[in-house]
Design a protein around this ligand. Sequence first.
Ligand code: F0G
Length: 463
Amino acid sequence: MPYPKPTRRSWAEPWKVKVVEPIRMTTREYREKCIAEAGYNTFLLRSEDVYIDLLTDSGTSAMSDNQWAGMMLGDEAYAGSRNFYHLWEAVTEYYGYQYVVPTHQGRGAEHIISQIMIKEGDYVPGNMYFTTTRLHQELAGGTFVDVIIDEAHDPANEHPFKGDVDLDKLQKLIDEVGADKIPYVAVAGTVNMAGGQPQSMANMRALRRLCDQHHIPIVLDATRAVENAYFIQQREAGYRDKKIAEILKEYCSYTDSCTMSAKKDTLVNIGGWLATNDEGLFEEARNMVVVYEGLHTYGGLAGRDMEAMARGIVESVDDDHIRARVGQVEYLGQHLIDWGVPVVRPIGGHAVFLDARAIYEHIPQDQFPAQALAADLYIDSGVRSMERGVVSAGRDPKTGDHRYPKLELVRLTIPRRVYTQAHMDVVAESALEVYEKREQARGLRFVYEPKYLRFFQARFERV
Ligand code: F0G
């Protein structure tokens, strides 16, 4: 079929490829064996047996030549590495916080801030949970309370800012438990578990006002805050002509501290930080990082890793970069929307989320429809995705029952600067094929269930 003549000029990635890594296509029969051996858990596959790896956007980005050059400038001194100061300067310049503590990745920072700020019996409201974030809150004695707007729990709802905090829900919690039982409000932009959905600047500003009235600090999970800034630029009145860097800084300015998994926005394979404007918190965090991560000038990282992060921060806020990054995710998502495959809408910043509840309607949630769908997609094409449903949600620590989230999703997560449009075409075609054969699908049951973050290591068999 001839290609239709274009009606507009396309945009493209602001880079060209210098190094390639071969990937291998396998047979369906081979993949059936691999996934059965992996207990129907895509985390337990060998990456060699994966064709297109959309498990996560975490630590899977391609670094630039400038970042790789920076790796050679690693100052591997135990204390006071020059790369640490470069990282510090980049975080303060682009994110705006005054104090920085490096950590090996996001959960290192979550652990430290949770242990310092949360007391037994506290409540930590947040715009939907994230797996590691909530677990660290619980391990510190806190109870997570979801205060995201209701629209976020409905995959079909087209609200442009499904990451917004519902201020009435937060006010209700403050009235019920008292502000002194709320050590901070945890906000994430974008919201991973809601489908990579952004929070608006207006909502963040209003949240700041409410928190100020009650003297409650705000801790931002800044992991994908650059992607959040892009949605603000595209969707929120008054931001169209502002640069991503400017929007990011304003967004962070309404918060007191942040935790960061630099493995996402920041375009590195490992790294993270905790940053704050609170000097007392900084002193405590800087002391605690020595116990769990490493000295406060490396936090579990090599000097070269901190240099790559410092440079990655600068690249991540480039307007052309972020447009191409989110644009590629939208490209995949729009194909699935056009072909009628149920996905979370609008398309988020880092991933396209298949609505497994709608696709595998006949599989009850306690037979893990999203887990089964991820396995079936792998068998079809070697595309690796991730369950984000009842398995990820885990069990309620008080009752021991499964937590049944409204969203039962499979995440097709796009690494940054790694795959091409042709790869996205293959992924879309495979998702369509699995969707068309949905009636043949069967559910799963546990054969092994770990105690913490069970989705990483659980094993299943077919029902
Ligand atoms: N916060 C968010 C929003 C995340 O997505 C992640 C990690 C973390 C914190 C924890 O950071 O992995 O560096 O310790 N998300 C990865 C993912 C694992 O696949 O979504 P980490």
